[in-house]
Unconditional design. Structure first.
Length: 328
């Protein structure tokens, strides 16, 4: 079994930045593992601009941001394996993973940097969970379909939720010829940044229904429409305000949750309320030699913030290696 000084799990801005920082601190024996086809993580499907102002002092797109980080990885000759899914990590820092070239393999890391990002909580509330018709997607899935794979998901869309991804995808769908009939938001205010509303919703005159929620989904094989209802500040339904809106796809702009399933099995201390990992000021967990950064640690608003955390984790993981288990 091959042993590395540092194994980085995840190749988004956090993981790549961590690997770069560790390499610059003198750690040559390290590797990045990622399940996607290419390095860059979620950046590759974020084709809008607004990235890189802190890191590169320019306003660039997600793929451009990823490309610049990847160029540094290649210049520094940092090893990596893509199309590689991590299956397990045990208490001896042995990582079990699988890909199409190596099959199932095991490697050991003297230190691990966990930067696996976040996942969408795409669950619908209440009894509408039971409807299994086609045409219901998370916003991240639609973003990948449209921006990476070149598919549209329907002709008439409803978006549930007004976080940043929901606002951005509303505009992107209109550009691709989809009629976005409404953004439904149970709160009485937009959840995403004002600039995203002004750039992606207002110019396209997309209706926004604040203080409304979805209580029903119609359709058997495919969704044919949703029933919405007005709710108060405590999300109590206001009977008699129901409205039906026809659509053939429902897009859930859901809350992001740190992707921590693998490391939580190790006994890493977690915050049950928000699925965040508990770390010290060096981003090390309660288990010696395991560091967590980026959206796997907590949800960040900007990619530059994720990259900064990766940098901190990489520097401290390098210190851990160089000073035999101490980062001080």
């Amino acid at each position: 079994m091959k042993t590395y000084d540092i194994i980085v799990i995840g190749a988004g801005p956090a993981g790549i930045s961590a690997a770069i920082a560790a390499k610059k601190e003198g750690i040559d024996n390290l590797i990045i593992l990622d399940r996607e086809d290419n390095l860059g993580g979620i950046l590759n499907q974020c084709i809008h601009d607004g990235f890189g102002m802190d890191t590169f002092k320019e306003n660039i797109t997600g793929p451009e941001y990823a490309e610049r980080l990847i160029d540094i990885v290649k210049t520094l000759n940092i090893g990596y394996k893509t199309k590689t899914t991590v299956l397990n990590i045990d208490r001896d820092n042995i990582v079990t993973a699988v890909n199409g070239i190596d099959g199932v393999f095991r490697i050991r890391g003297k230190a691990l940097i966990y930067a696996a990002g976040a996942r969408e909580n795409g669950n619908l509330k209440g009894d509408i969970n039971r409807n299994k018709c086609a045409g219901i997607y998370t916003a991240g899935t639609v973003q990948r379909f449209v921006n990476v794979e070149g598919y549209v998901t329907g002709k008439n869309a409803i978006i549930l939720g007004s976080n940043n991804l929901g606002l951005i995808m509303a505009g992107r769908l209109v550009i691709e010829g989809i009629h976005v009939k409404a953004i439904i938001e149970p709160e009485n205010h937009i959840l995403g940044l004002e600039k995203n509303f002004m750039n992606w919703v207002k110019p396209f005159d997309i209706p926004v229904k604040l203080g409304y929620d979805i209580i029903g989904i119609e359709g058997i094989k495919r969704i044919t429409g949703v029933t919405i209802i007005k709710v108060d500040i405590n999300h109590r339904r206001q009977e008699g305000t129901e409205k039906f809106i026809a659509c053939d796809n429902l897009i859930l702009a859901s809350k992001l949750i740190p992707e921590t399933e693998i490391i939580s099995k190790l006994g890493v201390s977690m915050c049950k309320k928000n699925n965040e990992t508990k770390v010290d000021e060096t981003l090390q967990t309660n288990i010696s030699g395991i560091f967590v950064c980026g959206n796997a640690l907590h949800i960040n608003e900007f990619a530059d913030s994720v990259a900064k955390e990766g940098n901190i984790a990489g520097i401290n993981a390098a210190k851990y290696i160089k000073f035999d288990g101490s980062v001080f």
